[in-house]
Design a protein around this ligand. Structure first.
Ligand SMILES: Nc1ncnc2c1ncn2[C@@H]1O[C@H](COP(=O)(O)OP(=O)(O)O)[C@@H](O)[C@H]1O
Ligand SMILES: N[C@@H](CCC(=O)OP(=O)(O)O)C(=O)O
Length: 371
């Protein structure tokens, strides 16, 4: 029993082209319906879900009667333009049958590397999830160039998992999981049930893709490593296994579970530390410094003396003591104008002053990195 998995609450599920198109014969609506039924059941139990769906190029190829994936970029992009429409209609149709709404999001690499767009993408995804809508994400293939492409949807799914702080990334593919050798050429290959995502010996077993997919097991392993950086567990598993999504949630030992080295919070803090630029500075009184450094508490507005910089909600700010020495960094819950109005106040006064409340903390302890 995988308790670590059955306790997870926010999932990104990625479905690959090989699986979605039943090996090139157009989309497989029965399989899609089956996954949607399980996803909606999970969502109804309170699990937040985001779907990353490949298949635009493959669906376009099938519509155009092409057997092999074209090499030229403009042909690929044309196939994606045709196929994305087919793909998203097929998902919409399935979600409709279970009275669930879905929404399409097409992303390029720039959308996640630019801070402002990153925050926008995150807020939109959060808003959709809060509305009980399941976002369906793909790369915006028709406009990407080599410089701004994720390249494969395994990587895109992992970056989305980082973005929304998912606790589980499920990669559904055409094999039962990761084997100790590429099963295409090794009929005796054995399934790996569990491993650390960062185990270097996995590099030797993960091979490339088949005819339709992009990255094969190599990009799935890399995705699991990206996901692990923010503490997310990854399961690589066969999408044709009956009731696969439900059984993962029940903690059944199926597929390959790749775990992070650190707890989600520790990993997240490390990831935050490496990712973000400092956009402002806030000065804490002595009581707040002790609360943060000795008792590992969240920072409340009451302990803040002064602020500098023009930061927005979700951005990184440095926290200094009264002598100006930096003692921590963290993601702030209010923008500079709002923060200026609430410093020195107790948290129950926030709503009166601002007319709304995001969170009672100025910086939550999970989003604080103590120096
Ligand atoms: N060690 C391995 N274990 C399982 N599959 C592997 C391994 N190495 C390479 N592969 C290949 O990876 C393929 C799945 O990747 P890919 O074709 O990109 O699918 P998807 O469309 O699901 O992303 C499998 O069909 C398999 O041939
Ligand atoms: N954005 C592309 C996805 C390509 C891709 O990564 O495919 P896969 O390896 O099957 O997940 C498409 O929709 O065709």
């Amino acid at each position: 029993m995988r308790q670590i998995v059955s306790q997870t609450k926010r999932w990104v599920i990625k479905i690959g082209s090989s699986l979605l198109t039943a090996n090139g014969k157009g989309l497989d609506p029965n399989a899609m319906r089956g996954w949607v039924e399980q996803m909606v059941a999970l969502r109804n139990q309170g699990i937040e879900l985001i779907l990353v769906s490949s298949g635009a190029v493959a669906a376009g190829m099938s519509k155009l009667g092409w057997d092999t994936r074209p090499k030229e970029m403009h042909q690929l992009q044309a196939a994606a333009a045709i196929g994305q429409m087919v793909l998203v209609q097929a998902w919409e149709n399935c979600f409709d049958q279970f009275n669930c709404q879905a929404a399409q999001i097409l992303l390029t690499h720039d959308d996640l590397s630019d801070r402002k767009r990153y925050l926008n993408a995150r807020s939109t995804l959060r808003a959709l999830i809060d509305l009980d809508i399941i976002p369906v994400i793909n790369e915006n293939d028709t406009v990407v160039t080599d410089e701004i492409r994720f390249g494969d949807n395994d990587t895109l799914a992992a970056l989305v998992a980082n973005l929304v702080e998912a606790d589980l990334l499920v990669i559904l593919t055409d094999r039962d999981g990761m084997f100790n050798a590429d099963p295409r050429n090794n009929p005796d290959a054995q399934l790996i049930y569990e491993a650390k995502a960062n185990d270097p010996s996995l590099d030797d077993v993960a091979g490339g893709a088949g005819n339709l997919g992009r990255g094969g097991m190599q990009t799935k392993l890399r995705a699991a490593r990206f996901a692990a950086r923010s503490g997310t567990n990854t399961i690589i598993i066969g999408g044709t296994i009956p009731q696969v999504i439900t059984r993962i949630q029940q903690g059944e030992r199926i597929g390959t579970l790749l775990t992070p080295d650190q707890s989600p919070i520790a990993a997240r803090k490390q990831w935050l530390a490496g990712q973000l630029q400092v956009k402002g500075k806030i000065t804490l009184d002595n009581g707040a410094v002790t609360a943060l450094t000795q008792y590992h508490k969240s920072l409340l507005p009451v302990g803040v003396k002064n602020i500098e910089g023009d930061f927005r909600r979700g951005e990184m700010v440095a926290c200094t003591n009264l002598e100006g020495m930096e003692i921590a960094r963290g993601l702030i819950n209010y923008n500079a104008t709002e923060t200026q109005k609430i410093i020195g106040l107790s948290s129950d006064e926030i709503e009166k002053v601002l007319g709304f409340i995001n969170e009672p903390e100025l910086i939550h302890k999970d989003n604080l990195i103590i120096n």
